[in-house]
Write a protein that binds this ligand. Structure first.
Ligand SMILES: O[C@@H]1[C@@H](O)[C@H](O[C@@H]2CO[C@@H](O[C@@H]3CO[C@@H](O)[C@H](O)[C@H]3O)[C@H](O)[C@H]2O)OC[C@H]1O
Length: 397
């Protein structure tokens, strides 16, 4: 007669890597990073299964509000501030014990009309911008790990984007913005954030110019955010990203991947998902290889709430979890880059039959993870004999 719990323990000891899952954040922190995180947005927080996974600190040690802290949300009319939505995300991060990346203060997009279509002079726009930064940063003082102070100030060729800020103030708006943010919260990390600066080129050089400009002005700049909105098959190679990270690190700033997603032309196929997994793996590996790269944030975690399909027609499936919140091969690719390997390659249905003296119930589910992928099993008991069956996914790496 074998005790039920003895069998359960035996099963666990035979398969330790399956029963003790290591998530993305746990693995990243174990390797010296500050976090692995996800963006989120207020409407999806009413989705309980979504929220439960977002709050799982084994996978996510950091969250970023995707929209709630943008200018049109926080100061919809001049000098009238609204923090309701942003506070929901900030409070969630605090309740979960997750870091908060705050996003974003000065950006040409998602501006309220009073800013984008206002009649400005150099002096009045500087005053309005400083007032915005001071209010918002003060409100979130002590709650943010970092602020994306300026977002997307560059054209693809590395010249300045002709935003209302650049048109009216010139490049000085950048150091002025960083100085205002530092004055409001001296302890928060201050970042310049942009896309298509993840490998060397005119735009990455432009971002380096901005970092030097802010430094020469005497203002504080702590980091550069590489958005990393990539396309499957066109993602910069690991070596291209590695050398680019070194160029930024040489300026004395830290680096974060702030909005990582890797989209594909739909429908997704096994081949595209496999390539997406290796693209994710290469990107995360590049960050892992540079001590100045502090963390990685994916731009939401599930295809259910990705911004991609509504922004890039015909494209999607960009995230490591599918729309049913099931992990895709990309999850295992990221884990591999984070140094987590699982030795199991079996596709066999494993069945263990034994006799239980107590406990055990027909249908009792078994759950586990293998290389980041879920596996499930079942228990069948009859006449004091229980059969444990678990079927492992063939993708198990
Ligand atoms: O209708 C709008 C809707 O268009 C808006 O979509 C958001 C647009 O911004 C997305 O985040 C940006 C993506 O990449 C970088 O360029 C930026 O740094 C990010 O801020 C966000 O995910 C979308 O949800 O949302 C509000 C709706 O009213």
């Amino acid at each position: 007669m074998v005790h039920f719990s003895t069998i359960a323990l035996a099963l666990a000891s035979v398969l330790p890597q399956l029963t003790q899952a290591t998530g993305l954040n746990t693995a990243a922190v174990a390797k010296g990073k500050l976090y692995f995180g996800s963006a989120t947005d207020n409407p999806e927080l009413t989705d309980a299964p979504y929220l439960a996974q977002l709050s799982n600190t084994d996978d996510f040690g950091q969250i970023t509000p995707g929209n709630a802290q943008k200018w049109d949300s926080t100061e919809p009319s001049q000098n009238t501030f609204s923090y309701t939505k942003g506070d929901v995300v900030a409070n969630l991060a605090a309740a979960n014990g997750q870091k908060l990346r705050c996003h974003t203060l000065v950006w040409h997009s998602q501006l309220p009309n009073w800013v984008s279509s206002g009649t400005w002079t150099n002096e009045t726009l500087i005053a309005a911008m400083k007032n915005h930064i001071t209010n918002v940063v003060t409100h979130y003082k002590g709650k943010c790990y970092a602020w994306d102070v300026a977002n997307e100030a560059l054209n693809e060729d590395g010249t300045y984007r002709n935003s209302i800020f650049y048109q009216t103030i010139g490049e000085a708006y950048l150091p002025i913005a960083f100085a205002a943010a530092a004055a409001a919260d001296p302890d928060v990390k201050l970042y310049y954030n942009d896309y298509n600066i993840e490998s060397a080129g005119s735009k990455a050089t432009g971002a380096q110019r901005i970092i030097k400009l802010v430094q020469q002005y005497g203002a504080k700049i702590d980091g550069v955010g590489l958005q990393a909105h990539f396309i499957v098959g066109s993602t910069p190679s690991q070596s291209a990203q590695t050398s680019n990270l070194a160029a930024f690190a040489a300026l004395g700033v830290e680096i974060a991947y702030t909005e990582l997603d890797i989209r594909m032309t739909l429908p997704s196929t096994d081949a595209l998902l496999a390539k997406q997994s290796s693209d994710y793996q290469n990107t995360v590996a590049a960050c892992m290889a540079n001590t100045k790269c502090v963390g990685i944030t994916i731009w939401d975690y599930t295809d259910k709430y990705s911004w991609v399909p509504s922004t890039f027609s015909g494209q999607g499936a960009a995230l490591p979890w599918d729309a049913n919140l099931a992990k895709k091969p990309a999850y295992a690719g990221i884990l591999t880059a984070l140094g987590v390997t699982s030795g199991t390659t079996t596709t066999t249905l494993v069945t263990t039959t034994t006799t239980a003296s107590s406990g055990g119930a027909t249908g009792a589910p078994l759950y586990g993870q293998c290389g980041g992928l879920n596996w499930t099993g079942s228990t069948t008991c009859a006449s004091g004999t229980c059969t444990y069956a678990s079927e492992w996914y063939s993708q198990c790496l």
